[in-house]
Design a protein around this ligand. Structure first.
Ligand code: NAD
Length: 498
């Protein structure tokens, strides 16, 4: 208890204020964009411009690459204990400044404050802590050829690498890339989404305070076509770790592949939530509400296609719709709101278009489907009712295209084979949930569903050591644990004849 008291007294609360004009972080300095261009940043809950962010271009990327190249020789040979210490210190500072980061994330993204506090920001510090300790245990292989030779593998840092992340879990996914890249000894040019840049901006203050050497991490702001393209096109950026849409992933691959950059792509999903009649009903119901609508359905892992065994379909439909109706859509700052705002006007319009398409395709809106008009400060914010749709067939656009909003569809199946067929009937292969008490069936379906991540009787239960990523159009490569440290290093085999 005394120790707890001590620790809280020692907590270092930094002055993490968000200025109206954000700045890039290059070579340890906060700098205006060289081209002088800024774009608007919005608070989705109010619809108002909350500030301006640099629209960085090739000049800023060039400066960042130079800073990273200068920092690389020293950082790449910095002892592991020292890398551990500084990355761990970043994690501690994130924890100590939780509330400032939570508020910034919610104002920028529109997600409920409690969600930023419970999930997003704690996970950002967990990412740093995990890879800080991970690098201390990262071992390389050795292969002995009887009495002829011994091979050993070096895993060396790549050099300057690019990390580009999306808006749905802003600091969470930004740090999920940066932490392993830095732990492995690389210098990083990182770009958060232009839609949610603020916590990445605040991270610059934190890493400086933690003692990360100048130039080891450079954070640039701006849009994909300007800042993002300049990062992926720069010849000195040797690897790109990207999370975002399948469309942007294809574009990035087309630039990076011909010049043989190492690529990790975490892309879109259209994940099945497969429910068998023998499931644990209450647990399945509670979790399915979360896997459908957490973060307004804007999680790549959300189960947007709910497949239900025919014998329980009507019961499921009734209860699921009732529970969905109880999700309060409200001001993200209000602790009672279960659902916050949609991240941008553009995305709000897209989700509403998808709902209109579902109706045109013969879908029946069982609940939701409408814009939510809130009073007071959120009167001009972007809010949509959680929506449940029944009807369009498996080949409809509604069941094929990623909506990435608070919208799920219901389909029923008669047999295990039909469930599997429906589950695999999209171009995506990111995640799936399976609800059954039949252990053999769980293993069978788990092995046969074409997804990189399968949850049996749970959802979003994450062990950071496990491989994370998708197959088919959901991505290339895996993040997490050793996979991430392997991605951010070059393997070099040395064969020594005995
Ligand atoms: P997006 O592809 O529009 O943007 C993602 C990031 O890429 C942003 O920082 C953007 O500025 C940048 N970007 C866009 N075009 C670029 C280009 N040509 N060159 C370089 N950078 C470019 O995606 P989004 O709308 O921000 O995020 C939502 C998408 O992300 C959804 O499809 C979702 O499924 C996916 N996602 C996937 C995962 C996963 O782990 N697989 C996790 C979260 C989100």
């Amino acid at each position: 208890m005394e120790e707890e008291q001590d620790q809280s007294n020692n907590a270092q609360i930094m002055n993490l204020e968000v200025p109206y004009h954000l700045e890039n972080f290059i070579g340890g300095e906060l700098l205006a964009p060289r081209g002088g261009k800024y774009i608007d940043n919005y608070n989705p809950a109010t619809g108002e411009v909350s500030g301006k962010i640099p629209e960085s271009d090739a000049q800023d990327v060039e400066a960042a690459v130079q800073a990273a190249q200068q920092a690389f020789p020293a950082w790449s040979v910095t002892p592991l204990e020292k890398r551990f210490t500084v990355l761990n210190r970043i994690a501690t500072l994130i924890d100590e400044n939780l509330e400032a980061l939570v508020l910034a994330e919610t104002n920028d993204n529109g997600k409920p404050l409690w969600l930023s506090r419970r999930v997003d920001i704690p996970r950002a510090s967990a990412n740093f802590r995990f890879f800080a300790t991970g690098i201390m245990h990262f071992a390389t292989e050795s292969h002995q050829m009887e009495d002829k030779a011994i091979n050993y593998t070096l895993r060396q840092p790549i050099g300057v690498v690019g990390c580009i992340s999306p808006w749905n879990l802003p600091l969470y996914l930004f740090t999920w890339k940066i932490a392993p890249a830095l732990a492995a000894g690389n210098c990083v040019i990182a770009k958060p989404s232009e839609i949610t840049p603020v916590t990445a901006y605040l991270l610059a203050h934190i890493v400086r305070e933690a003692g990360l050497p100048d130039g080891v991490l450079n954070i640039l702001h701006g849009t994909g076509p300007s800042a993002g393209e300049a990062i992926i096109q720069h010849p000195a950026v040797k690897a790109i770790s990207f999370t975002g849409s399948t469309r942007a992933g294809a574009r990035i691959a087309s630039v990076a592949a011909p010049v043989f950059k190492k690529l990790s792509l975490e892309l879109g999903g259209k994940n099945p939530n497969i429910i068998f009649a023998d499931c644990n009903w209450e647990k399945m119901m509670r979790t399915s509400i979360q896997s459908s609508f957490s973060n307004q359905g804007q999680i790549c892992l959300c189960g947007s296609r709910i497949l239900v065994e025919a014998s329980i379909y009507e019961r499921f439909k009734k209860e699921f719709v009732e529970r969905t109706r109880q999700l309060t859509v409200g001001d993200p700052l209000d602790e009672h709101s279960r659902q916050g705002a949609i991240v941008s006007k553009m995305h709000f319009d897209k989700v509403m278009r998808c709902i209109a398409t579902a109706k045109q395709e013969g879908g029946i809106i069982l609940c939701g489907g409408n814009v939510v008009q809130l009073p007071g400060r959120c009167a001009n914010g972007w809010f949509i009712e959680p929506t449940v749709i029944e009807g369009p067939g498996p080949d409809s656009m509604t069941n094929q295209e990623e909506i990435f909003g608070p919208v799920v569809t219901l389909q029923s199946f008669q047999t295990e084979e039909e469930a599997l067929q429906l589950a695999n009937a999209t171009q995506y292969g990111l995640a799936a949930s399976i609800w059954t008490q039949d252990i053999s069936r769980a293993h069978r379906i788990g092995a046969a569903v074409q997804s990189g991540i399968i949850w049996v009787n749970c959802w979003l239960l994450r062990d950071l050591r496990t491989p994370f990523g998708g197959m088919k159009n959901s991505g290339v490569g895996r993040e997490g644990g050793w996979e991430a440290l392997r991605f951010f290093t070059e393997a070099k085999n040395i064969c020594v004849e005995l």
